[in-house]
Design a protein. Structure first.
Length: 230
């Protein structure tokens, strides 16, 4: 049974409340506020009625991106050390917190890889090329991941509700509210030329599936643009 929009909004309000003390600390230290990505960022950047229409539950977690140059300040502010992680997907520094029942992941990401596509397909979450966007919810200002970068991330992950995730829904919601160009999408992804054909085939298939779910929209427009570029 899908939760009502009121329950979804209430749960996201609780999740976003965990951002408040971290924003206050960033202001105190004069460093960049954490950048929200994942489900909370999609909620902030999309129209509420488009947010995860097929979800049966909303996970109480908050994913936050920080700059590597700010790690030392965050460690001092929080009194906890970051942990270096290096898996087949994630390379970077992480720190897990719990605030009001919400699991908060602070991350300084060096690389995020997609070995199921190709070992050399990478996202670096480059905030200089793709600056975060400011978004307002209930009178409060939040910093969220740039839509083009977020679409690339979730389009490559492509996890569905059978895995407890909602990447296709999230990509559609972002594209319907923040149309992006094919060029911007491809610029967000680091991929050497030999792997480009395989990457293009995956993106074409996934964008085509989304276009069939959302005909005559900016989703279909991006798909057609992508096909014309190939």
């Amino acid at each position: 049974m899908m939760p009502s929009r009121e329950l979804v909004i209430a749960e996201m309000r609780r999740v976003l409340q965990a951002y408040e003390p971290l924003r206050a600390l960033a202001r105190y230290a004069s460093i960049q506020q954490p950048v929200i990505f994942g489900g909370a960022a999609v909620f902030l950047c999309a129209e509420q009625q488009l947010f995860r229409p097929h979800a049966t539950a909303i996970a109480p977690d908050l994913d936050l991106l920080i700059r590597r140059c700010d790690i030392q300040e965050w460690q001092e502010l929080l009194g906890k050390p970051f942990k270096h992680e290096e898996t087949d997907r994630f390379h970077g520094q992480t720190l897990k917190l719990h605030q009001g029942g919400v699991e908060v992941d602070l991350m300084a990401i060096d690389e995020f890889r997609f070995p199921d596509l190709a070992a050399d397909v990478v996202l670096t979450f480059d905030q200089n090329r793709f600056p975060p966007v400011e978004t307002v919810f209930e009178g409060r200002l939040f910093l969220a991941l740039a839509p083009a970068l977020h679409v690339a991330f979730k389009l490559l992950l492509w996890r569905d509700p059978s895995r407890g995730k909602h990447d296709p829904d999230d990509v559609a919601a972002l594209l319907l509210c923040h149309p992006i160009s094919c060029r911007a999408l491809l610029q967000a992804i680091q991929c050497p030329e030999p792997s480009r054909p395989a990457l293009s085939a995956v993106l074409r298939e996934r964008l085509g599936w989304l276009a069939r779910q959302h005909p005559s929209t900016s989703v279909e427009k991006l798909y057609r643009e992508f096909c014309l570029m190939e």
